[in-house]
Design a protein around this ligand. Structure first.
Ligand code: MG
Ligand code: ZN
Length: 357
């Protein structure tokens, strides 16, 4: 009896030690760094379909916390990407096609602007142009999303340290002939225009790799998005606080075109970027990884196929739809993102977690 009770005490001690050790390995409650991944037009059906046909690791299955985001804008049940991203960046529902302004067209402070006031480094990495609605909503304020030349000038404010994507035309071939290159360089930015990504060791840079949007995966974009994201982080992490937004911009474009394979290959690419970011978060207890969408695109449904193990993809529209979209969270503060809420709550949750106000 005495011997077995000694064993019990020993086992209890080992058990308690294990609990303590596990707790210490867990993420902190307050993130110091955030990687916010937006799959434009990526609804639950897109994820279900694409990932069921993928051979690699399903990144979405690695998340311990899942929520649902309601995507309607202030004036439309069906949002566009301007109002969708602006809901995340200013925390207010606004009208479709707006960028960083509220329903009365008044500019509101964005997540990047608030983060800058707290000495964060910030960046966007996208497969659209860097002036496209989703990234623009993080650093610009314009009443209409198509004002690309004007959106570029907001980079001068210095609220976005790193921008990688397409869109050279709105910097180098401007309709107003303004020399934005000189102006940006005077503000400390390094500007690079190239067709392929090469390493760069600068804390503030604007790297454009296409005149407008980048190539699609089907056209041979390769692992640009993962490489560019890791390259941005390499610089951002020199600051203990950073906020990086990565967009799988063209998941939406495949949806608009009702081209299933276009959407699917874009989502596979995005999946690999998420995997790479989750690998970083495993090693960094102060990092929050957030993955969501601004809206669903195409009204994709999966119906019966003559091969019973397959599905037939069907589109209901060439536009966006009003269905809720999933939110996946991993790491520091992830628990805050469980449940069902309006898209604007993502802003409020981030502001609270990062002490941005
Ligand atoms: Mg977008
Ligand atoms: Zn769209």
């Amino acid at each position: 009896m005495k011997y077995s009770s000694k064993i019990s005490v020993l086992l209890l001690a080992i058990f308690c030690f294990h609990i303590t050790a596990t707790a210490q390995n867990k993420s902190s409650k307050k993130p110091k760094r955030v990687i916010f991944l937006i799959g434009d037009g990526m609804g639950l059906t897109q994820i279900s379909a694409a990932m069921s046909r993928y051979n690699g690791q399903n990144a979405f299955m690695r998340f311990p916390v899942i929520g649902l985001s309601k995507t309607s804008s202030a004036k439309h049940y069906i949002t566009d990407s301007g109002a969708g991203a602006t809901a995340f960046t200013i925390g207010k529902k606004t009208y479709n096609y707006s960028i960083g302004v509220d329903a009365d067209t008044i500019a509101q402070p964005t997540l990047f602007e608030l983060a800058k006031l707290k000495n964060f480094s910030t960046g966007v990495v996208v497969t659209s142009s860097i002036q496209h609605a989703t990234p623009a909503s993080f650093y610009a304020h314009v009443p209409e999303r198509k004002m690309y030349d004007s959106i570029s000038t907001f980079l001068l404010n210095g609220n976005c340290d790193i921008a990688i994507g397409g869109g050279s035309k709105f910097i180098y071939e401007r309709e107003d002939n303004r020399n934005l290159v000189d102006e940006l360089e005077q503000k400390g930015f390094t500007l690079i225009k190239d067709h392929e990504l090469k390493p760069i060791n600068k804390s503030k840079f604007i790297y454009t790799l296409a005149r407008d949007g980048m190539k699609s995966m089907e056209e041979g974009r390769g692992d640009y998005l993962k490489k560019a994201s890791l390259m941005a982080i390499e610089q951002l992490k020199k600051n203990k606080n950073y906020f990086l937004m990565i967009e799988g911009s063209q998941i939406d474009w495949g949806g608009h075109a009702n081209k299933y394979e276009y959407m699917e290959t874009e989502l596979w690419d995005f999946n690999e970027v998420i995997n790479a970011m989750l690998d970083l978060a495993k090693e960094d207890k102060d990092l929050l990884i957030l993955v969501t969408a601004d809206h669903e695109t195409g009204g994709l449904s999966l119906t019966k196929h003559e091969d019973r193990l397959k599905f037939e993809p069907h589109y209901a529209t060439k536009s966006h739809t009003g269905t809720m979209v999933p939110v996946f969270a991993f790491g520091a503060g992830a628990k805050e993102f469980a449940g069902m809420y309006e898209n604007t709550e993502i802003f409020h949750k981030l502001v609270k977690l990062l002490h941005l106000k």
